[in-house]
Write a new protein. Sequence first.
Length: 636
Amino acid sequence: MEGSLLYHMAMVSKMAAESRVILEELKVDSPSVDRMLWRFYSDFVSDAKKLLAEIVPLKDSLVVPVRNEAPNVEEKIHLFKSLSDRTREVEELLNRKDSEAKDLISSVFLDWTKYVIEMRLRQEYETLKGFLIVERLADELGVEQLEQVMARVQKKFGDETVDSAFNVSLKVGISKAKLQKLMLSDHFIEHEMDMKNLGGFMRFLNCPIYGSHQYVKKELDTSTETSQLFCKRFCRAHAQSMFEKFIPFPVAVTQPMRMATDGKCEFRIKIAPISAAPSKEKYVPLVVSWNVTLKCNLKCAHCYINAAETELADELSTDAAKMLIHQITEVSRPLLILSGGEPLMRDDIYEIIRYGADRGLRMGMGSNGMLIDDVVTKKLEDAGMGTVAISLDSSIPERHDDFRGVKGCWQHAVDAIKSLKKSKIEVQVNSTVTLQNYDEIDDIMALAEDLGVDNFHLFFLVPTGRGTDIEDITPQMYEDMISSTLGKITKYKMNVKPSCAPQFMRVSKEQGVDMSRWVRGCMAGLYYCRIYPSGEVTPCPYLPLDLGNIRERSFKDIWFNSEVFKALRDFDQLKGKCGICEHREECGGCRARAYGVTTDQMDFCGALHEPTTSQGDYLASDPWCVYQPKVSSRKR
């Protein structure tokens, strides 16, 4: 019932927006369609009454409300929460085996049903109204000109309607992952998402919207092809925006089949594409982390890059930064994370963000929050920033300040999150697990939830840079924390994910957690790499192998031809128990930790963690993994 109500609430907003955005673009008043609208709507109500007669009799009190204004976002949230609260009360009575539950079950079910029906009626009303208005506009303007108008507003339409749906669902406590399942459950569809092949499809086998359009066209004997325009422009735009919300990487959506012409509607999804055409490459970057500067205004005890108060002498210039972005787009359209140091300490940061966003990259940023206020948030939003991750390592201000080395930085981080939440920028909290905060991770997650963040990433310390000075948690504590974190996924509405912990894929499988939205445990060299401030490419921030500088070799050449990258993509080269493990394809073990314990570099406490030639074995077993592989025929 939750999914059905949320879906129809979203569809009411979607259908009402179709004609509205067109009229706003044309700057004209809506033509009068009331007489025809009520004729066709009455036909729909009559059919609905017959279908529901033996299940839930459709009373006039459910039909009349469509004449009134549809509920706004706050009214939808209030309605949904009140129904959810009543449902929980019944569940508690059932758990106590209280006899009162028997009578309340029927009452609560009928209330859910009542509002689902009302929203479905409103959806039909708005569908018919929008179609009749657009039909009239097609007669006046011609189909070709109307399509041009719809093309101009389709992105605005898609973003606005999807944002509205997410606004409601997240505020009533439905996470993205759960929302996706709920929305899909209300459709008769076929769908497949293959993250390893970076794509998938969603195929709708029925469409009540198109059915209504066809009925009206048949009754009026009209010949315009506006139904195709709705499919081609608005449904596709809505799908594009929806996939962009669910998938954390840039996506391209094509529509090879449309309901109006093929009897079914299919959307094809391609992740991080350089074009809509299928790619023969198995591994392309989905995420690129770029340390745009070493300059920082904090003194974090665990800094892997050993950031400082001054910038690196040969950091990439603005022009070189743009060249790097251009080179990346020759390979894929990844999520480009601007990191540091503190990236906001670069004077040209907004210019870099805009340049990347204009070229189809999804732009992200990792920040300590010290410099983010409402003014900076507006600049980030205007530049095209998609996601900002704020570091928050304790729910206790003094403990976070001590960890980060500057008094008052906890409050700055919290204030930054609040400022970002006022914008359309997706907000993430990053927390690093150490012995100092191991016992308060749940409190940090609760704080992040209260602040309304979208994502929570729990980072596990990798002993590099200044991080070699910190007494780390044990391998068993690491394993236990992964299990505990994954067990909290359903507890919070924000998306929760362990990072720098590839074993989470194995643990997820063991716990029956949905893994469809995750690609692999260790993505270094397969779907992920790091760019150092001076242009060196490394497999990840914690694996400082210099594979080439983009000033001397193109990013494309490095990505496809580096011997290190080739080795990381060949799982038969993994050694020790990682090499024989049955989970090596989805996990792979942490290559940085394997490298770290086989090189003397990690012994230099506080040493600048510059990219270098290989001094250790990045293909060795992950020293933090406590799992013992099952018997394998492979020998190492």
